[in-house]
Design a protein around this ligand. Structure first.
Ligand code: 6OG
Length: 161
């Protein structure tokens, strides 16, 4: 019981176009990560699978319906002032229907993969993007200062599929 209370489950989806040259990001308009571009996702609700939570959050935040999510990574985020570890389950898909629509939470925009706005993203993204873009599966832990900007260290390992 104690262990469960120290982790919070989140999802994150990166939507790619059909030839993987573009990725859909959203500018977070409120809450945790406000002002930063990221994939789409949020907290997993009780009684919901992580996969279904990912689909639901993408729909809520972008109005896209997605299928055939591929699981790519689990990332753990630890802030120096906070005992709660954020577990982010990362998925990708190119199988979407509809067009992205701005929501209360996110302003969606397609980016060319070589041209991502790293100055306006969580700083971990530029560390793990090369692993993702090379098609690797991974787990990683990132240690943040309380400022939510400084990464003091990280560790990772690749997972065989
Ligand atoms: P809501 O607050 O919207 O869910 N998330 C992170 N993503 C990255 N790249 N780095 C982090 O470092 C993150 N912490 C959380 C998970 C928050 C969304 O933000 C992701 C969710 O998709 C600390 O419910």
């Amino acid at each position: 019981a104690i262990q469960q209370e120290t982790h919070k489950l989140y999802t994150l989806i990166y939507v790619f176009n059909n030839d993987n040259t573009k990725v859909l990001l959203g500018l977070k308009k409120r809450g945790f990560g406000m002002g930063r571009w990221n994939g789409f996702g949020g907290k997993v609700e009780s009684g919901e699978s992580i996969y279904d939570g990912a689909i639901r959050e993408l729909k809520e935040e972008s109005n896209l319906d997605a299928k055939n999510l591929e699981k790519k990574a689990i990332m753990y985020f630890k802030f120096e002032d906070n005992p709660i570890i954020i577990d982010v389950h990362l998925y990708t898909t190119s199988n979407i229907s509809g067009d992205p629509v701005e929501s209360e939470e996110m302003l969606p925009r397609w980016y060319d993969v070589p041209d991502l706005p790293y100055g306006f993203m969580w700083p971990d993204n530029k560390i793990w993007h090369p692993w993702l873009f090379e098609g690797k599966l991974f787990t990683a832990t990132f240690y943040f200062k309380a400022d939510q900007t400084t990464i003091t260290g990280y560790k990772h390992s690749f997972v065989s599929s």
